[in-house]
Design a protein around this ligand. Structure first.
Ligand code: OGA
Ligand code: MN
Length: 306
């Protein structure tokens, strides 16, 4: 499948979809000097493939933020976890396991980050996340992505019915690496703990297609259900959504950029050797309020969920 780009852009941007239902390699030259027309083709590839990989880049912090801004206004990064260095730039999150003088220089540590979408615990979660690698371990720390248009398309009629009109309460307390943020004990009741409610099926504001929006499994709650029924429904939804058939995993090289769409894709990260160093810079774009959708099977299908 080749992404449609206009002919003038085709000479400058090559889009090669991954052999998976999500992700594409985008060859566009140096992102620092990209003209508007070239960026349009890159942005189209992002909407069409949910995640794009751009390799061989050399970006200072300000240059990464400038590239991120082309996808939309940047949003402030989520609060740091306990024992993490305060942010130097509000719009830059350092993702790293490196500890200097007893203080973590970034978030997420060296463990597995379970399937999630970024900052689903915000009232208006980010649209795009842009992650750029500075140092990577020799093995491990791969990042995986999963297509939530496809997860919705392939959901059983029974589960579609069970989630119709329902919302999930998204827990604010933990990072996707499982680390508690300051101000919480971890003892709070998941039905009432701070965090917004979002529809389980959402309509993408730019592509118009519906996608499953689960956020993250730990500490989630389906509003209005007895706790045991909420747990059973979430387990069934996650049992489906985490199917490896919907996913693609990326093995990093220094200088790689991944841009993913939090409105229709989930991601995760493999653990890696704690003795190795991994340093990434990340910025995110401000989203728009989440639009609820029915996700009825008769609706149109995103090209990568067809
Ligand atoms: C993130 C994230 C995964 C990784 O930055 O939001 O989940 O591979 N990162 O570091
Ligand atoms: Mn994340």
């Amino acid at each position: 499948m080749l992404t449609a780009v206009d002919d003038s852009a085709r000479t400058r941007v090559a889009v090669t979809p991954m052999k998976a239902p999500i992700g594409a390699l985008v060859e566009c030259g140096d992102v620092k000097t990209m003209d508007a027309r070239t960026f349009d083709a890159v942005h189209r590839a992002f909407l069409d493939n949910l995640v794009i990989l751009i390799r061989g880049q050399d970006l200072a912090v300000a240059e990464l933020l400038a590239f991120g801004r082309r996808f939309g206004e940047l949003s402030p990064a989520a609060p740091v976890h306990k024992g993490q260095k305060p942010r130097e730039y509000p719009e830059l999150a350092v993702i790293s396991n490196v500890v200097e003088n007893g203080v973590s220089i970034g978030g997420l540590g060296d463990g597995e980050a379970v399937w999630h979408t970024d900052s689903c615990f915000n009232d208006v979660p980010p649209s795009a996340s842009i992650l750029y690698s500075l140092e990577i371990p020799p093995v491990g720390g791969d990042t995986g992505f999963s297509n939530m248009y496809l997860a919705l398309e392939t959901l059983s009629a029974e589960l579609r019915k069970a989630i119709r009109g329902r919302t999930i309460k998204h827990d604010k307390r933990y990072t996707s690496g499982g680390q508690l943020r300051p101000g919480y004990t971890g003892e709070e009741d998941i039905r009432t703990t701070p965090g917004p409610r979002h529809p389980i099926v959402r309509r993408h504001p730019e592509t118009g297609y519906d996608a499953l929006y689960l956020g993250r499994r730990p500490h989630a709650y389906v509003d209005g259900l007895p706790l045991d029924e909420s747990e059973a429904l979430l387990d069934a939804l996650w049992g489906h959504a985490a199917d490896p058939a919907f996913a693609w995993h990326h093995q990093w090289k220094v200088g790689d950029i991944l841009v993913w769409d939090n409105r229709c894709a989930m991601h995760r990260r493999d653990a890696f050797d704690p003795a190795a160093r991994r340093i990434m810079n990340r910025t995110q774009c401000m989203g728009t309020p989440i639009a609820e959708a029915t996700g009825d099977p008769a609706g149109p299908r995103h090209p990568r969920a067809a």
